[in-house]
Design a protein around this ligand. Structure first.
Ligand SMILES: [Fe+2]
Length: 242
């Protein structure tokens, strides 16, 4: 009698385990589907950015690559790496709202034009505002022009009050702005860009992150590979923006 009862209990356990495994599988499938939908949304928005300004599109790819290179050096986990890549891809999406005459101007911006340009991080957050899945990403993108000394924008956050991913993106962003070649000037060599980052380490940039970035990029550069790949956006991109 006792044995029969044991058998019933173990059968119930097996059924419960199978049901649980099935539920886990369903949750995983749902998560994968949700992720796929999000990635489609990311690619669509990036295509819109590409149609508006091809340079900023390429810049966003490189900033994502430099950001994940630093993220890897910091030992971020796969979930964090995914979020970091996503935030970096999106960091300048708000430039869709900046007038072409300002965005494409090859000369120095007037004060009024600069104010319009400065609105782009907040605009990024605004564009993403209704997409629930992107709320953290919107925050990281919004703060990618905050300075370590608190003199950045839009909120004047300082030090560790600036989200880590925003501090990473700022370094990657500035590095690309210095090293990429534009029609009106040649990009700086890595070594020169590294010393610029060091010079503004502690004022503009997080000093610890600058050290890790230089180490990671030196390692990356020594591989002698001319291209890079990104996880979220499929494709091979040239490191040299010329
Ligand atoms: Fe920006």
């Amino acid at each position: 009698m006792e044995k029969k009862k044991d058998n019933v209990i173990s059968l119930q356990n097996v059924i419960a385990n199978v049901a649980m495994l099935d539920l886990v599988k369903q949750v995983r499938e749902l998560r994968d589907q949700q992720r796929e939908m999000c990635e489609m949304a990311v690619k669509t928005m990036l295509r819109a950015l590409d149609a508006k300004d091809n340079y900023t599109y390429g810049h966003s790819m490189r900033v994502a690559f430099y950001s994940v290179t630093l993220g890897q050096e910091l030992g971020l986990n796969p979930e964090e790496m995914y979020e970091l890549e996503m935030s970096a891809l999106f960091h300048d999406i708000g430039k869709i709202g900046v007038p072409d005459a300002v965005l494409m101007k090859p000369a120095r911006l007037t004060e009024e034009e600069f104010l319009k340009m400065k609105a782009h991080p907040s605009m990024t957050a605004e564009i993403l505002t209704d997409f629930k899945y992107f709320q953290d990403i919107a925050t990281y993108a919004k703060h990618h022009h905050e300075r370590y000394d608190g003199r950045g924008y839009p909120d004047g956050l300082a030090g560790e009050n600036i989200p880590l991913f925003s501090r990473i993106i700022l370094i990657a962003d500035t590095f690309d702005a210095m090293t990429s070649t534009r029609p009106y000037r040649k990009g700086l060599p890595y070594e020169v860009a590294f010393s610029e980052l060091e010079e503004f380490s502690g004022s503009q940039f997080d000093p610890e992150l600058v050290k890790h970035f230089i180490k990671a990029m030196t390692k990356e550069d020594s591989k002698g590979v001319e291209t890079f790949e990104l996880k979220i956006v499929e494709g091979v991109f040239a490191k040299d923006a010329a």
